[in-house]
Structure formats: structure tokens, C-alpha cells
Unconditional design. Sequence first.
Length: 147
Amino acid sequence: MSEQITVKGTGACACGAVRFEFDGPARPVIACHCNTCRRTSGHYWASTQVYERDLKMIADAGLKWFRSSDFARRGFCGECGSSLFFQPDDSGRVSIAGGALDAPTGLRLTEHIGTAEAGDYYQIESGPDQSAGMEISERWRLPPVTG
């Protein structure tokens, strides 16, 4: 069974050209250390995840999308460069950068994935679960979109 909380929140890029709000179930923050996440974010990628239907764009003039793999795309601000979203194809879910969220979030970092590809310039803190692979623990996944 997955563990998530209902969150009503807002967020934005650094310049405000992209602003959003969400209201619904949210996964805790997961940190991904894979090469792609590190290259697109500048460090490791730490994000919550919400259902696409619960994410509303308030301003999207700067929003640009980049196909970062054969299974997902990433959203960023074309004005200031802020990394904002990760969206797996046909999942009905969107991951939102933890750093783009307005405080308080009510969220916490619960797991590190892709640790086998972590950069050699930092140490992963102890506490949250760690996985060398790319799979998020079942307990932290949002259930699939139905109906």
C-alpha cells in the first residue's frame, strides 16, 4: 500500500514566468541520483508527485518541455532555466521539483533512488531509504490513474 498525503500547494520558477498550484494526493519527496536527473537539474533531482488532473497552471508563458528519455519529458522555465517537472509518458502523473514549491509543503524526503549513479562529489545522508536501482519503493508510489 502506498503512503501519500493530501496536499494543497503552490509553486513557481525563479522568475515567475511559470506558476502552478495543486490540490490532491501527493507522494513524499524522492531524490533521484541518476545521470539524467543530475545533468538536467544541476545536482540530484528531488521531487514530489501528483496526479496530472490535480496540477493547474496559473502562468505558463515560460514553460518549455524537453524529451529527456524515450519514456518521459521534463518541464523547465525557458526564461530563467528552473527545472520544474518530470512527466512519464501516459502515466497521468507529474513529478514537481521540491525546490519549486512554496513553503510550508508538509512533505519530507523519504527515499534516494539511482544511488549507483550518484556523483562522486557528495555523500548521500543517512536516514531515508536508499536504492541503487531506479524503482521507487511501493510504499511511496502514487497508485495508477483509474477510470
